[in-house]
Structures are given as C-alpha cells and as structure tokens.
Design a protein around this ligand. Sequence first.
Ligand code: KG4
Ligand code: ZN
Length: 340
Amino acid sequence: MKKDFAILGIESTCDETSAALLVGGKTLVSNVIYSQIEEHKKYHGVVPELASRAHAAKIASVIEQALNGREIDCVAFARGPGLPGGLMVGRVAAQTLANFKKVPILGMNHLEGHLFACEFENGEVKNPLSFPLVALIVSGGHTELWYVKGYGQYKVLGRTRDDAAGEAFDKVAKLLGLAYPGGPQVSAQALKGRRDAVDFPRPLLPGTWDFSFSGIKTSVSYYLRDHCPVNVPDVCASFEQAVCETLVKKTMQAAQYYKVKHIAVGGGVAANSLLREMMSGEGGKRGLDVRFVPRGMSSDNAAMIALAAYRRLQQAGADALQKKWNININPNLKVKNWGK
Ligand code: KG4
Ligand code: ZN
C-alpha cells in the first residue's frame, strides 16, 4: 500500500451519520459526525424510520465535508450489524461514490470498528493494539466479549442474551424520567448516590462468557414500583455498580482464562467513568494493560470504520481490494469466528 493511502469511512448503522478520511492508516484528516439524538430524544430511543430518513437527508453533506475535495483510494462502509434502513443508505452512498471515483469498496463490521477505535489518540494512530487481547465491546446495541489474536482473528466468547449494557442504561433512564441517551444521565446522577444503597443482581451466568442485563433492569422497575418516592441518585449509583461489576468481573475472568496481557474496551458505554475506573483498577492488580477507546471516539463514528478497513488491507493485501462494488448489507452481521 502506498504511504498516503486514503480511505473514506462511512458509518450509518444506528443514529449517527458519519464520514471520515484516514490517510496512511495514521492520520485522521476528518471525522464528520451528524448525531440524530435530538430527533430520537422524545421517544427515549432510536426510531428506525426516523433514523433512515435522517441518514438519507444528511449523508451527502457529511461525505462532502469529510472529503472537502480530496482524492481517495478506497471507500469503506459499515455493512452491519445495524438498522437495515441506515445500512442501506450507507451502502448506496459508498457504492455510488466508489463507482464515480473508480476506487474499490470494502464492507466492514461495525463492532470491529469499535475495537480499532481504541487505537486513536488525538486524531492519530500512534500505538496499535497489542495481541492477543480480550476485547469488551459494550454499546447501546451490543455487549460482546472476544478473544482477539490479531486483525480478523476473533473468537466470540460470549454476548448478551437479551439487552445490551447501553440499552439497560437507556431503559433505566427512561424508568427514572431521565433524558435519552440514558448512559451519561444515569452516570451523572450516580455521582451523587450510594453504590451500595440497593442490592441489584449481578447476572454472572457461570460457566458461560455470556451477559444478561434485562434482569437488572427489571429489578430496577420492581424497586421503583415498591418504593415511592425513590432516591434517584442512589438507584442510579447502585444500578451502575451492578452493571460495571458484571462487565469487569467477566472480562477479568476471560483475560485470566485465555492468559492474555492486554484488554481493550470499546463502544459507547466505554465512556462510563466507573467502568473505566473499575476495569483499570482490577486490570492493574493483575498486571494487565487495559486500553480504552478515547472518550471522543467511543460512540459511533466513521473514523473507526476507516481504520478497521486499513487493518484489513494490511492483513489481506491487494486481494481485499478487488473492484467489487456490490456489497450487501447484513443487519445481523457477526464477526467470523476464527479457529476454535
Ligand atoms: O456505541 P454507541 O454510540 O452506539 C451503538 O452502537 O449502540 O453507544 C451508545 C450507547 C447508549 O446506550 C448510551 O446510553 C451509552 O452508549 N453510553 C453510556 C455512556 N455514554 C454513552 N453508558 C454508560 N455511561 C456513559 N457515560
Ligand atoms: Zn456502535
């Protein structure tokens, strides 16, 4: 690959319309993000039809701003997992642009993007991830634990059986009358509360690496039904403690079982201060290197898609770059399990 190989990333899996230009796998020239939060706020969650319409309305101008007249060598878009309408918008935009510019196109896994977002530091990639590692991808739509041997060499150890951790934050926020997205709101309230005020369950599902967060959310709803008025900060702090303890415990167990020295935590919920503090603390005690996505890159963005594409090209070489423009979306896309 030439030194200044330029990839335009496109992200439209959920409620952020984003395009980014990454040059030489190192320099983030632009990362334009249009967040639809205001459109979804009054519904306390993402409304798929509204999301598709907003993506369709914004994608052209977002790409235009990210490109700003520059040339590109490749277009990479997130082909899943995500909401079908948004994915279609991203796909059509990527295909049209790649065709017009006569450059190849790559279809990427959004969750792989969340992992590689951990490599950014002030808009640059200075310090690539060290392998093997255990990755926790924790967002509004997903909670997954992976063993990662290198780029494309993933073993999904477990995932949530019901709600994602971020979804649980959003639903608890709704129960408490807090605004969407719930994570930052619950977290802010939690700072004023006692973490041991309410003993919400820690669903560890022994013998598996899976997660389950709907039980904690249901416990919160029963607690609110049975206690009136409630101390909102105490409920938030106790809920946050239960979720973070569960995430940290399982991640540490996986790191120990797979004998890795590195942990990477990506996705929207990785912005959570308690999670960062607990994961770093527990990792430190075990001599593990714990790496988080930088806060500004934790929620959905196209820079992470472009970087994941660069890593794929580094690994697969020119084979991955055939001029194949017709790449399907897959709303339920899973990372391919490598080995056993
Ligand atoms: O990765 P992301 O932007 O979108 C998905 O791919 O789902 O993650 C959004 C999720 C939301 O559920 C939001 O409430 C949660 O991340 N989140 C947080 C925090 N900031 C965002 N959850 C807990 N604490 C936070 N500080
Ligand atoms: Zn995401």
